[in-house]
Design a protein around this ligand. Structure first.
Ligand SMILES: [Zn+2]
Ligand SMILES: [Zn+2]
Length: 580
């Protein structure tokens, strides 16, 4: 292992990295031709990258795990040795990966190797005392990985595993993995026919299918209505513009690796937008602004395109084209605190409406390299801090973790499996107002620079939707469900009545369908359950007679008979309540 932060490994990371050594030892015992690349501890476990002609499969895991158990039972001590550069080069001369790493280390660095038994690795450590300390581990998957993450380099085989301090913790984690796999948004996206990605025509680009589209529409409608209620104006701006716009913003200099190659329009370079901000600034600059207009709150569901390496694309979570629920607030310095405070409240309201009330909040302050005056940073940081303190919310300060252009507040939501997802961000920006020479006329009649705040609440609609799918395991709350109720006639004689029921509900914009197929009721019910539809309305002779429906709720089971009007009222009020 040669990751930079090795010296700072936590106890669990030390255990996991040691597990990587033990796994590498086991692999070498079974496949002596394999060459080792790197084997760090990672967030939920560890991996080791191997160069080996024979492809590893999960069928090999049993043997490798058995071999690891043998090494563990041998209780071999981990021994640290300092070594000269030339000795290290000699020792690893047959291993191009280790050789490359050794050569790159600064001259004055003390090189170390770690041994256990016959196994030796070029490594900074630290390690557990002996191999017997590894009590609970499991190999999880094997995947291709490029040397140093670069597609131009050789492809290696990466074996992932995890390790915990005891078996109980390990079991808990494995259960979580199983649960996460069941609700994987890529699987449910297919099962529930919500979306797909343009595999052959553009990886990382998303097609929303009709049912996913219904959910997105509900998300957007709620988003738009609540923004208008909270004093926002809605903007619409183009997806491309002359490259010059991105030169002025600085994105072409500092963000180019995430931007696509420009295209020619009338011999001039045009660029797909990676951000919406410059367009909002152009709207701002369309006429002279006065302090009296402030705060200006402008929101846009703005679709942006950012380059991501194909290897990191992942369902809806990491894509190349996505829609931000973006907004920019322009205000005076003395308004930052109020604006940040109300944005924070608004953000929590939106997240809660989608069912996320458990959040972690972070305040990130001035980094080493920054733009803007120190005095402005102080004003902005204390405004953010005051807004957080007033909100009485718990938060953590990440010193020095702000963006170069200003301090920020980030909100991470926790899903039903306890996993954290970074969604909302509120960022003060001292950079763009300067670059675009933005001004307003103050009370004193003189010209001043406005404060610009970027904020996104859901972040990316695509990713947020992916999180929603996994959070609810596809069983969306009624207001989001693509089909809110399905009417199930018990026989052909009742199909007309079923459509009558649907017609009445549709008048109130309930998303309702009729399953008029000539199938058994049990079959239709099972299918509706698989589709996770909140309400099934069974209709037969009794219901026709009483002008009612027999209601089965996904959550509460059999609710008995209800008049059509009563069910209508019930479902409409539930839709309006959302998740609150
Ligand atoms: Zn090591
Ligand atoms: Zn922005």
């Amino acid at each position: 292992m040669t990751e930079k932060d090795n010296a700072k490994l936590t106890e669990l990371e030390t255990l996991r990295h040691s597990a990587a050594h033990i796994m590498a030892d086991a692999v070498l015992r079974l496949f002596p031709a394999a060459k080792l690349a790197i084997g760090p501890a990672v967030e939920d476990g560890f991996y080791y990258d191997f160069d080996c002609e024979r492809p590893f499969t999960e069928d090999d895991f049993k043997n490798i795990e058995e071999e690891m158990k043998t090494i563990i039972s041998e209780k071999q001590p981990f021994v640290r040795e300092e070594i000269s550069r030339s000795d290290a080069m000699g020792m690893f001369k047959d291993n191009p990966f280790k050789s490359e790493l050794i050569q790159e280390l600064p001259e004055d660095e003390t090189l170390t190797i770690y041994r256990h038994g016959d196994f030796v690795d070029f490594c900074r450590g630290p390690h557990i005392e002996h191999t017997g300390r590894l009590k609970a581990f499991k190999l999880l998957k094997v995947a291709g990985a490029y040397w140093r993450g670069n597609e131009n380099n050789q492809q290696l085989q990466r074996i992932y595993g995890t390790a915990f301090s005891d078996k109980k913790e390990l079991r808990k984690y494995l259960t979580l993995l199983e649960e996460a796999a069941k609700r994987d948004h890529r699987k449910l996206g297919k099962d529930l026919d919500l979306y797909s990605t343009l595999e052959n025509y553009g990886p990382g680009l998303v097609l929303w299918h009709p049912k996913g589209g219904r959910i997105r529409n509900a998300m957007e409608n709620f988003w738009r209505e609540s923004h208008i209620k909270h004093g926002y104006e809605i903007l619409f701006t183009p997806h491309i513009a002359r490259l010059d716009l991105w030169k002025t913003s600085g994105h072409w200099d500092f963000y180019r690796e995430n931007m696509y190659a420009p295209m020619k329009v009338d011999e001039v370079d045009y660029e797909l937008r990676p951000m919406n901000c410059p367009f909002h600034i152009l709207v701002y600059k369309s006429h002279l602004r006065s302090y009296r207009e402030f705060p200006l709150r402008w929101a846009e569901l703005g679709t942006v395109y950012r380059y991501e390496r194909s290897g990191v694309l992942h369902g809806l979570m990491r894509v190349r084209g996505f829609t931000q629920d973006d907004a920019h607030i322009f205000c005076r310095p003395d308004q930052i605190e109020d604006e940040v405070g109300s944005t924070l409240d608004f953000s929590l309201y939106i997240l809660k409406s989608f069912g996320f009330s458990d959040v972690d909040i972070y305040l990130s302050t001035k980094p080493e390299k920054y733009v803007g005056e120190d005095a402005s940073w102080e004003i902005a940081e204390s405004a953010l801090k005051n807004a957080l303190d007033k909100s009485k919310l718990e938060y953590k300060v990440d010193p020095g973790e702000g963006v170069f252009y200003g301090p920020k507040i980030d909100i991470k939501i926790k899903d039903s499996l306890g996993r954290a997802w970074q969604c909302s961000t509120i960022q003060v920006d001292f950079n763009l107002p300067e670059r675009y020479d933005m001004e307003f006329v103050g009370k004193d009649g003189a010209k001043h620079r406005p404060i610009m705040i970027h904020r996104a609440l859901m972040g990316s609609l695509e990713r947020f939707f992916g999180v929603l799918v996994e959070h609810y395991a596809g069983a969306f709350p009624t207001w989001l469900a693509p089909v809110q109720a399905t009417v199930l006639p018990v026989g052909e004689d009742f199909v007309d009545y079923a459509y009558e029921v649907a017609k009445q509900l549709k008048k109130d914009n309930v998303r309702v369908e009729v399953d008029d197929r000539n199938e058994k009721l049990g079959f239709k019910i099972r299918e509706a359950q698989m589709q996770k539809i909140p309400y099934m309305l069974v209709v037969g002779a009794k219901e026709v007679e009483a002008e009612s429906v027999a209601v089965r709720s996904r959550k509460e089971g059999d609710l008995g008979s209800m008049s059509i009007a009563d069910f209508d009222k019930k479902v409409v009020s539930e839709i309006l309540e959302r998740c609150n």
